[in-house]
Design a protein around this ligand. Structure first.
Ligand code: PAF
Length: 282
């Protein structure tokens, strides 16, 4: 039976107990509003570890002043039944006061990796992410932690944080789960109007176009980016905020493509800002 744990103290006791019994622990940090992308990570963890813990915490530190912190979808009852159906053992569901009882003084900074792409669009966002993930890693002390490749920049930053802070945790990057028409699953898709939802499938089509240009030998980033922008502008009413090609996981902008890259986009619809990407290994 799945259990909801609200305090750090109790979570510590439970983890100590499992560690005493040599159990391996898999962990998926989330902000709730679970979708199939999350459930895939949870199923993987349940298959690979003795115990699976998830956290559901809408982390205020990673939201900017004009972002959707107040309206971010929250549904703990739904999350609980979904998580239970894929073998999750514990949901760590702390209050804001439990996680941040006083103004934090010591800050964790994501540094250079956070100055580009989503980090440039959302100042402070990745500092908030690394701060909370550091805390969650110390609370849950998992052997493996699972992160979606949809947030590829977040995944690269977490991998670097684990290396720099010597967390004894294996980070597993999990492939993007898509709707039948290619739209990447996201908790924010519910903000799309019906027309925008239909148009949003073209975001993935634009990435497929980029993949096909690459497969046909195109290595000039500007050419690929221009083709993607034109495609999105012609097929959606969204405002194209970013189409970019960066090395992965170093996150250095590429002009002539040579090594492993990730091609990412961010498109703003009336109430939803969607991101998507593909990673191309050389
Ligand atoms: O990817 C997310 O949902 C969040 O950034 C995370 C990792 C749960 C940290 O709040």
């Amino acid at each position: 039976m799945i259990r909801i744990i609200k305090t750090i103290k109790e979570m510590h006791q439970i983890i100590n107990n499992h560690k005493d019994r040599q159990h391996t622990i898999g962990f998926i940090p989330t902000m709730g509003a679970l979708h199939e992308g999350h459930l895939k990570m949870m199923s993987m963890s349940a298959a690979e570890n003795d115990i699976t813990v998830i956290s559901v915490f809408v982390n205020p530190l990673q939201f900017g002043p004009d972002e959707d912190l107040a309206s971010y979808p929250r549904d703990i009852e739904g999350d609980m039944s979904k998580a239970s159906s894929v073998g999750v053992d514990y949901i760590f569901f702390p209050s804001e006061a439990e996680m941040y009882p006083s103004e934090p003084i010591i800050e964790v900074k994501a540094g250079r990796l956070a100055t580009v792409l989503e980090g440039a669009e959302r100042p402070g966002h990745f500092d908030g992410v690394v701060t909370v993930v550091n805390k969650l890693f110390n609370i849950v002390r998992p052997h493996k932690a699972y992160f979606g490749k949809k947030d590829a920049q977040q995944l690269a930053i977490i991998e670097k944080m684990v290396e720099d802070f010597n967390h004894p945790i294996e980070i597993i990057g999990v492939d993007i789960v898509r709707e039948a028409d290619g739209l990447a699953k996201s908790s924010r898709n519910i903000y799309l109007t019906q027309d925008e939802r239909a148009e949003a499938a073209h975001l993935y089509q634009s990435l497929s176009l980029a993949q096909s240009l690459y497969d046909h030998g195109e290595r000039n980033s500007e050419t690929i980016i221009k083709a993607m922008r034109t495609y999105i502008e012609e097929h959606t009413s969204g405002h194209v905020e970013t189409v970019a090609i960066y090395s992965y996981p170093e996150l250095v902008e590429q002009y002539e493509i040579s090594g492993d890259i990730f091609i990412s986009l961010a498109v703003k619809f009336s109430k939803a800002r969607l991101i998507d990407n593909i990673i191309i290994n050389k």
